[in-house]
Structure formats: structure tokens, C-alpha cells
Design a protein around this ligand. Sequence first.
Ligand code: HEC
Ligand code: HEC
Length: 336
Amino acid sequence: MTGFRFSYLLLVLLFGVTVFVVSCDPDSGEKVAKVEEPEEDELATVYLAPDTSAIPNDEFGELVRYGRDLVKNTAYYLGPNGVKGRYLGNKMNCTNCHLDAGTRPYGLNFLSTHGRYPQYRARENRILSLAERVNNCIERPHNGIPMPLDSREMTAIISYIKWLGEGIPVNGRVEGDKGLELKLPDFQLDVNHGKTVYKQECARCHGENGEGKMFANNITYEYPPLWGKDSYQPGSSLYRVIKAAQFIKANMPYDQVNWQKMKLSDRDALDVAAYVNSEQHTRPLKEGLDYPDIKTKPIDYPFGPYNDTFSETQHKYGPYQPIIDYRKKKGLYINY
Ligand code: HEC
Ligand code: HEC
């Protein structure tokens, strides 16, 4: 009886709090995107992936299961010693970046991906199919060579991404399928401060020299590398400082943080991303020419030429606001 009364009281209390929050912030949808931490009610509305027990027991389902396996164990199947082909140049897995096999809110998930392809891609200045977009990640973050578009492995990865997105309308977006919005400072990011954050919050797993830590079987990583020859290429999206910071803030340190419970401030996340991606660290060479149409370069893309007057250094480390303002004034493309 007392238990019943107690939980009833709790319910009343919780209900009261909810009404209070909602009535204080009626248009939270717009505002939430700008504040430091997403607010409670936004976090409750993130879109979650379908349960894997719902994968059908037919031929399509078999491909979906294989695709999920490939996303989680990419190096085993497709790595430098891959049992299904040697396409990757390193031993990372898709899930190292596309967390929880591409299902985690604010963790570079694939939930709304399938319905957004084929898509115009500024980096290539043409329309890309989803399979071609997957090959971009095999070539850049995985420093590899493209996989045949009609291979069983590519079909399986696409099937998995299609299955994940089945509840989402074509071109639909869901909460948590983009990077977290960060407040960009009015001054240049501080790589030295980023190094301090790195030593405190990251080095225990990713290593003093960003080298990560392999599992004993030498197939893949317990902690993936952040720089060095076995890490992602400078042509990868994660090499863009703002993009990397959005991921880091929502997900790192890995054992303490997710979209509901973050630790780093926006500044710390941006500074540590600047340190990780700074020129003092080596990476595999950047191959090929990106953004043949320079008008479409994201503001944090660190390689010129640009159609504005700012240096590569400023595009990389900020301050970003003058670039945004300039592009706004001239009616140019703004993206990051
Ligand atoms: C080092 C990190 C990293 C690795 C490893 C990686 N990716 Fe990506 N991938 C990214 C980033 C960053 C983006 C850009 C997301 C954005 O623009 O918001 C991306 C984008 C994508 C997209 C487009 C998503 C969309 O909604 O437009 C697909 C599909 C994709 N990756 C598939 C893969 C697959 C499959 C693998 C494994 C073979 C892989 N990626 C490995 C970092 C990575
Ligand atoms: C407790 C260990 C741990 C700590 C501490 C940690 N990470 Fe990670 N990090 C991981 C693991 C594990 C993954 C791969 C996740 C997976 O495969 O599910 C990862 C993935 C990443 C990735 C994407 C993959 C890659 O290698 O490029 C980046 C970037 C990253 N971490 C940055 C950081 C930064 C910056 C910090 C400090 C603020 C940090 N991490 C702290 C364990 C950790």
C-alpha cells in the first residue's frame, strides 16, 4: 500500500515537472539546437533503431544480418588480410565511427541514410548512389580501394542500411541523425589546450601517440587509432575539426559519455578535435581531388582554394564566424 502511494506520488511529481519544462520552453525544437546541452525533452525524442529480432527470416533478412556483421567486423572480412577481399588499407571497422553498428543517436548513425540517396554530393560535384558513398568511406577513413558495387558484401551493407531506415520516409530526417550543434567560439581554437584535454580524457584508451590498441588477435582494434599511418586520411569528414568535435562531444570518453550524458564542454571538444587533426600528427596521404566546384566546400574543410578570402588555417581552426558572415553576405554556400 505504501509502495503504491509512493509511486503515485512520484508520478504526480514527474508529471508536474514535465508540464513545468514544457510550459517554460514552448518552442524548444528551434532553441534546443543552439544551447550547450540538448534539453531533456529533446533527448527523449531521439529516433531509435528497430530491434534486430525484427530482421525478417528470408533472403533479404540474411543479407541484412550479413551487412550488420560487415559493419561491425569490417577488418575481419575486408581488411588488409580480409577473408572476403582486401579492400581496407587499415584495420578499423565501420562501427568504430558509425557507433553501435550505425544506430547510436548523434553517433554518425545510418538511420535516415537510405532514403537520402542517390544524393548530390558537393565533394564530388555529382550524384552519388549509396554504394558509391560507402566506397568513399572505404577509400578515405579506411584508406582503401573501392569495393565492386555489385559484390555480395556491398549488397549486404546496403541491405542493412535499407532495413534500418524502413520506418523513415524518403528524404526524412530524425532527431539524432546529424552532428550535435556546438557553439563556435569567436577566436581561434587552442591546439595546446586540446593536447591537455587529450592527455586527461583520451590517452588512456587511444594512446599517448594516438596509435590506439589492437586486440591480441591482431585483426582489429580494442581502441582505434586517431592519427598515424593506420588512421583516417585527411580527406575524411572526421578530419574536419567541427565535424570531429560534434562526434567527440556526444560520444567520448567512450566509457562515460553518450547523447544523454556528455562530459566535455563545446570548447574542450573543439580544442581536442583541433589537436587530434593538427598538422603535427602524420596520416596516410590524401589522394585525389575533392570539391572540383570550390563554391561548395564546407567552412571547416582545411584545403584551399576557396571562393572566400580566408586562409586554410582559419578554415581549419577558426574563428569561423567571420567566414560564415562573409559567405552569408555574398549569398554563398554555408555548410559544416
Ligand atoms: C574514421 C571514421 C569512419 C569510418 C571508419 C567509416 N566512416 Fe562512414 N562516415 C564517417 C563520417 C565522419 C561521415 C560523414 C557524416 C556526415 O556528413 O555527417 C561518414 C558518412 C558515411 C555515410 C553517409 C551517411 C549519410 O547519412 O549520408 C555512409 C553510408 C557511410 N559513412 C558508410 C560507412 C561504412 C559502410 C563504413 C565501413 C566500411 C564506414 N562508413 C567507415 C566516418 C567514418
Ligand atoms: C574508455 C576508452 C576511450 C576513451 C577514454 C576515449 N575513447 Fe574514443 N573510442 C573508444 C572506442 C572503443 C572507440 C570505438 C567505438 C566502437 O567501435 O564502438 C572510439 C572511437 C573514437 C573515434 C572514432 C574512431 C577513430 O579512431 O577515428 C574518435 C575520433 C575518438 N574515439 C576520439 C576520442 C577522443 C578525442 C577522446 C577524448 C576526449 C576519446 N576518444 C576518449 C574508446 C575511448
